[in-house]
Design a protein around this ligand. Sequence first.
Ligand SMILES: O=C(O)[C@H](O)COP(=O)(O)O
Length: 180
Amino acid sequence: MTSGIYLIRHCRAAGQEPAAPLTEEGHAQALRLRDRLAATPIARVVSSPFLRARDSAAPLAARLGLPLGIDERLAERVLAADPAEDWRDRLRQSFADPGLRWPGGESGAEAMARGRAAVDAAAADAGGPVAVVTHGNLLALILHSFDGRSGFDTWAGLTNPDVYRIDPAGQVQRWWSDEG
Ligand SMILES: O=C(O)[C@H](O)COP(=O)(O)O
């Protein structure tokens, strides 16, 4: 039983590599994210190790006086070693077939399992709701682990940032999206 999970996609960023920073607008979004979430009794903040996720979570953790936890399992899924032009089609296929794996990549099932394990670890004994910051593909897979209806279309509709709430009963609801 959890007290609720806020599952967050990072704010707008300048690239996709691990060290890609937030844009100026992304930093402004991180402050709005902080202001929106600081009104809830968040007990723990955990992020992907990627810079864009850490910098999305850091203002919230600072406002709440909490350490920013880093969990490698929240890093974005590697779809394949080669940056294929048809990555979007591959992604669609991988939601339809969770066991599908391209060379150098993770299957959807593998990524979902590690992402869900990270969320469960963040929520365990937290004593209140937790905020977990990650990436688009992994976020959609984690949502799928709670609610089988979340899939490719959920991923395609994600914004930066995006916040989904998973309530103590495991029900998934989009909670906030800063489209500004
Ligand atoms: O799923 C995606 O959109 C890509 O893997 C990039 O993810 P991110 O922009 O959320 O890090």
